[in-house]
Design a protein around this ligand. Sequence first.
Ligand code: AMP
Length: 283
Amino acid sequence: MKIFNTKQEIKAFLTSIKEENKSIGFVPTMGALHEGHLSLIKKAIKKNDITVVSIFVNPTQFNNQEDLIKYPKTFDNDKKLLESVSCDVLFFPSVKEIYNDNISSEKFDFDGLEHQMEGKFRDGHFNGVGTIVKALFEIVEPNKAYFGQKDFQQLQIVKKMVKKHRLNVKIKGCPIFRENDGLAMSSRNTRLSKDYRAAAPFIYKILKKARKKFGTENAINVTEWVEKQFKKHPILDLEYFTIAEEKSLETIKIKKSNKKYRAFIAVFAGDIRLIDNIRLKNH
Ligand code: AMP
């Protein structure tokens, strides 16, 4: 696996790849890699001639400084995992390499997607995401880029950015990878204490029950039911639960048969914030 730390070096290498008419698949990550990341990387490897993974803990998308400082960093293990799946290229730049001395975000208009869910609770988060994804796309110029449905709002926002800025890259959404007990894999899971880790699978259990209830009940009733379950929970704190339409991400009031819906959730396990979502059947 080739490892590059500078834009100049990776661009020079990828230019030679493009001259050979080879396709480039790209998976941006913040490191602390797990099987969820690897599922995206394996897909990219299968579908492209060359796969590039980036590891960059992007400061501008963190609204909480403590979360940024405590974000897990496991470079040696990440490198081993990437080599174990035969990843071709790792891009591992410094903050200075990406931002120079100006660590700030561009302002984006994502047609309102940025004001829903995570946007309400993480001020400036999606401007940070847009800034880094656009910058990385300009460096790597991939044919295809792979994003997890774990961060479904992010996936929709990246698709919107590509469309609005007419970027020449196909965005591929990939399913959520879970632990055996149902907890969505996340780099932040390693920071959970034993008690919170044991409690966290409750989130997916509730999502599955909500999906079942949505078959017979309206969205408001399902939402109230979920809120009640978390009020009763001894240690997990619900930040939000909402049922939204997949494209607009707007919370729904009335089900329509031609729309796709998803339930989205954010939960605090102590000071660790966990998110998850589930596709709902449209009855
Ligand atoms: P992150 O390193 O958390 O920024 O994630 C990098 C990419 O991996 C994003 O597109 C995430 O949505 C995706 N990802 C993270 N966790 C999972 C998971 N459990 N299943 C599928 N994709 C994931």
